[in-house]
Design a protein around this ligand. Sequence first.
Ligand SMILES: [Zn+2]
Ligand SMILES: [Zn+2]
Length: 151
Amino acid sequence: MAGALPPPSPCVFCQIAGKSSSTPLLHSDDKVVAFQDIKPAAFRHYLVIPVEHIPTVKDLQRRSEDYSLVLHMLNVGQTLLRKDAPEAEQFRFGFHQPPFNSVNHLHLHCFALPFIPRWKHIKYISLGPLGGFIEAEKLLEKIKPLSTNAS
Ligand SMILES: [Zn+2]
Ligand SMILES: [Zn+2]
């Protein structure tokens, strides 16, 4: 039955981060790329993803490598939104936690509010210990290395 099964689907976000991507990138460096969410849920809705394939927030650990990656993702998102939507009501940054994530490649949702339509926020609120959406700042607290010389 060779050829009966479709090939394993390549990760869409790895493709976007790849060199031959046709997706317009808002930002790219050797660690992360940023682009617009294909289904924007807010006035501005960007995604920042690591170039390296990291599946979910559960794969991040309390170590400086992961901490600085997430911090960099957040900084890129903040810089883009401040530039593109200085008039926004508010900015929000966070991650879906499994099983609420839609794509298994770590991605930071960056919103310049208001949400459009307004009820969309339901998808992006924290569900506490059950998971749901985790604010970028909360995630950073969780993975912040315990012994650090950073002041
Ligand atoms: Zn990927
Ligand atoms: Zn998501």
